[in-house]
Design a protein around this ligand. Structure first.
Ligand SMILES: Nc1ncnc2c1ncn2[C@@H]1O[C@H](COP(=O)(O)OP(=O)(O)OP(=O)(O)O)[C@@H](O)[C@H]1O
Ligand SMILES: [Mg+2]
Length: 506
């Protein structure tokens, strides 16, 4: 029998009173792609952080190549050839792309990397191997999440690891970029790299993996050969029960026009194209979900930001909410007018890491109190708690800092925060990024429910099936322009992809 490359034996980890892992044991074989599945908060990231030296205090035994190791830091793990691509991106925003890729290693290789030029050259080579044309001298902070995710991947690749941990590497990538990552993974595998892969996307897990391990509530549940199992068996193991089929019931009848956008354009100074958005017009009715599809860079996020007064430059064109012209130049104005935006980049724009869960949820509703009686502490708690239970957020009450929740549960807090503001129009930028299957279904239901109360929703997603499930209409953007709009009955993945890849240069 082959000796496991990694053997996890009886590993337990507590964070204060929270049991993140309990007596987890399983083996990873050399050269395999081993997927780790489980609901939000199941303990996946915690286990991978132990394996890669990010978390150093735990109980249990870790063997690499049959020998016991206990890493004292990531450097230690890296010297064993283990590195990790984090779920929550870990880039230093003030540094260039190249500097981020080689962060912490400039010194050890002084002669090779000292000047920025050769570092940038190396970085450019790595990025090219990912089919990515981000200039290595760009500041990491100026990049969108998807691009940042690619930088994280490049960084891990630069370490030439023999064991690579990927914690939801595709959560912010669009389908085309996912394909690109798959090619990189295939290449790594042909070189013999062992990969541990966390993902909430079943199709991805089944496409890539040799074996799948399921964790639930911090415990090992099962390891299966991918060929001998099914997505429904894995989901069942994850949640511990049969998952009801995702039937959202009949769509809501369309109400009155609530939002109208006419010829919205956003300039892009210094770029050959000259604009980020060009002549976008759209209508949104009460009770309706409008999906926005497009590849990365198509302008989906920019469009939502313009509507929410969050774009750096002022867009041209008209935005009418309930028939009235609005010109939000600041999110506070947009919010007051009745708009709410859940951003794609929760770490940068959404989460107040040091604040507790309750405050993170209630913070946008507190301002409302300025116009009425102040919210009492217990009212505030009640509001936050209603979202914790409505969205089934896994947290030990309202007091832990939000940073201690698992990725998916942080996302649910942000959605909850905006739901509490009772908006007329809810803008959701990739809202289920990193949210597990069960919780996704829950969120879809919540969104539909809100629509039936008259809310209008605009949603973007990097997953087309999600848009197809949720939307009543789908609008497609390509290179900053609207290239198609479909009623849901006529929308297919093929038609959407075709419109999303339409180029204006040709
Ligand atoms: N630094 C921390 N402090 C306190 N609790 C933590 C910390 N990190 C994780 N936890 C808790 O440990 C449990 C497991 O979290 P973990 O991040 O491993 O989940 P996960 O399986 O990766 O979930 P997701 O799919 O949402 O990313 C959760 O209950 C989480 O709140
Ligand atoms: Mg995680």
């Amino acid at each position: 029998m082959t000796q496991p490359i990694v053997s996890i034996q009886h590993i337990s980890k507590h964070f204060g009173g929270t049991r993140a892992l309990h007596e987890v044991s399983f083996d990873v074989l050399p050269g395999e792609l081993h997927a780790i599945c489980g609901e939000n908060g199941a303990g996946k990231s915690t286990l991978m952080k132990i394996l890669s030296g990010v978390i150093t205090s735990y109980d249990g035994i870790l063997l690499v190549d049959g020998a016991e190791v206990h890493f004292t830091g990531t450097k230690d793990a890296e010297s064993e050839g283990i590195s990790i691509i984090h779920q929550e991106l870990n880039l230093v925003e003030q540094l260039s792309v190249a500097a981020n890729i080689f962060l912490g290693r400039e010194l050890s290789q002084v002669f090779f990397f000292r000047d920025d030029r050769s570092m940038e050259h190396q970085a450019a080579l790595l990025l090219r191997s990912l089919d990515c044309d981000i200039p290595p001298n760009r500041l990491a902070g100026s990049l969108r999440v998807g691009d940042q995710q690619l930088i994280e991947i490049a960084k891990a690749l630069s370490l030439n690891s023999r064991i690579l941990v990927m914690d939801e590497p595709t959560s912010a990538l669009t389908e085309a970029e996912v394909e690109r990552l798959y090619r990189v993974i295939a290449k790594l595998r042909s070189q013999g790299t062992t990969i541990l892969y966390i993902s909430h996307k079943m199709d991805e897990v089944f496409h890539l993996s040799d074996r799948i391990t399921v964790l639930r509530d911090g415990q090992f549940i099962a390891t299966r050969n991918t060929k001998e199992t099914t997505a429904s068996e894995i989901t069942k193991l994850m949640v511990g029960r049969d998952i009801e089929s995702l039937d959202l019931g009949p769509r809501n009848p369309r109400g009155d026009l609530v939002l109208e956008v006419r010829n919205l354009s956003l300039a892009w100074p210094g770029h050959a194209r000259g604009y980020r958005l060009k002549d976008i017009s759209l209508e949104l009715y009460r009770g309706e979900v409008l999906g926005i599809a497009g590849l990365m860079g198509a302008g989906r996020t920019e469009l939502l930001e313009c509507l929410f007064g969050a774009s750096t430059l002022e867009p041209t064109g008209e935005i009418l909410l309930d028939g009235e012209l609005i010109r939000p130049r600041h999110p506070a104005q947009a919010k007051k007018a009745g708009l709410a935006l859940v951003t794609e980049d929760r770490k940068r724009l959404g989460i107040f890491n040091t604040m507790n869960v309750g405050r993170n949820i209630s913070m946008c509703s507190l301002e409302e109190a300025v116009f009425g009686p102040m919210l009492s502490h217990s009212q505030e708690q009640q509001l936050s708690y209603s979202m914790v239970s409505k969205l089934k957020i896994k947290t030990a009450g309202l007091t832990p800092p939000i940073g201690s929740l698992s990725g998916g549960n942080q996302q649910k807090c942000i959605v909850g925060r905006w739901l509490l503001t009772n908006p007329k129009v809810l803008l959701l930028d990739d809202p289920t990024r990193g949210v597990d299957v069960g919780a996704k279904a829950e969120l879809y239901r919540v969104i539909r429910g809100l629509c039936s109360e008259g809310l209008g929703v605009i949603v973007t997603s990097s997953e087309l099936p999600e848009l197809l499930t949720l939307s009543d209409r789908i609008m497609v953007l390509s290179e900053g322009r609207k290239t198609a709009e479909f009623r849901i009955e006529e929308a297919t993945q093929e038609k959407i992809m075709e419109a999303a890849t339409k180029s204006w240069n040709s």
